[in-house]
Design a binder for this molecule. Structure first.
Ligand SMILES: Nc1ncnc2c1ncn2[C@@H]1O[C@H](COP(=O)(O)OP(=O)(O)OP(=O)(O)O)[C@@H](O)[C@H]1O
Ligand SMILES: [Mg+2]
Length: 258
């Protein structure tokens, strides 16, 4: 197994006592697999991603990539967040190459990799542009190129298309699927959008809210080459309904009017 999250718990101290964000969560991602985690707001999705990224330390449990324990941020994990995190004063190419520069990758190799990954995300013509000259979707493609340029073992994404309008979001989903098919990078993507998860993932973990626990795991058996028409099929709707039922079930259990 490639990414292994075992018995992961995380609580945060607050003034009103500690908040349990994740409660004994187990998540696996095999090499080359595309896995999504869905859950309502507050189910600990971002917390899970930040722990895997090494930006936060677990209260209990362990995380490893190819058997190597995660103890902090590392080049083996590329991260893409919801809001645009590009450096506004750097060109697109400089943004993509920045991490490589920090890693001490030589200029020639760096330029070659930047060119390659800008082409992968279809933005080679914008190498010299500044982020603000790009649309939101294009900026997220730059963020993806930047994460991929460091050649991580796994790409971690937290609601990467959450800030985009519906049309751009749908285009980005098709783009991401195509990119995944071509690069076969392992992807762990977090989203609250059930339709997005079913369209993209090979496997989906459903999280409950407060505390975040794995409520179910759904295998999505559609072919890896998918296009938009899939969303209108009854098979697609069936998988979606199964997940929505899991999410609703726990709402019924935890709903307490006050
Ligand atoms: N640094 C922190 N300090 C205290 N509590 C925190 C901290 N980070 C997260 N929490 C709490 O942990 C829980 C899970 O938060 P998290 O942001 O991981 O949820 P989420 O599933 O990403 O939600 P959303 O869908 O709204 O992004 C929440 O109850 C939140 O208030
Ligand atoms: Mg979140």
């Amino acid at each position: 197994m490639h990414l292994e999250v075992v018995g992961l718990s995380k609580s945060f101290p607050t003034r009103r006592g500690s908040v349990l964000a994740l409660d004994v969560v187990n998540v696996l991602v095999a090499a080359g697999e595309f896995v999504c985690v869905v859950g309502a707001s507050g189910s600990g999705k971002t917390t899970l991603l930040r722990l895997i990224a090494g930006l936060e330390q677990p209260s209990q449990g362990s995380i490893s990539v190819d058997g190597e324990p995660v103890i902090g941020p590392g080049a083996d994990r590329g991260v893409v967040f919801q809001s645009y995190t590009l450096y506004p004063w750097m060109t697109v190419a400089e943004n993509v190459g920045f991490g490589l520069k920090l890693q001490g990758v030589k200029r020639q190799e760096r330029e070659a990799r930047v060119d390659y990954f800008l082409e992968i995300v279809g933005l080679e013509r914008f190498a010299k542009a500044l982020p603000r000259q790009l649309s939101g979707g294009m900026q997220q493609r730059v963020a993806i190129a930047r994460a991929l340029a460091a050649q991580p073992k796994i790409l971690l994404m937290d609601e990467p298309f959450g800030a985009l309008d519906v049309q751009t979001k749908e285009m980005m989903q098709e783009f991401l699927l195509d990119l995944w098919r071509r690069t076969r990078t392992s992807i762990l993507m977090i989203t609250h959008d059930v339709e997005e998860a079913v369209f993209l993932a090979q496997r989906i973990y459903v999280l409950t809210s407060r505390p975040g626990r794995v409520k179910g795991e759904i295998v999505v058996n559609f072919p890896s080459r998918r296009d938009y028409s899939l969303k209108r099929t009854s098979a697609f709707q069936e998988v979606k309904d199964k997940i929505l039922a899991l999410l609703r079930e726990q709402h019924g259990l935890t709903y307490s009017p006050s």
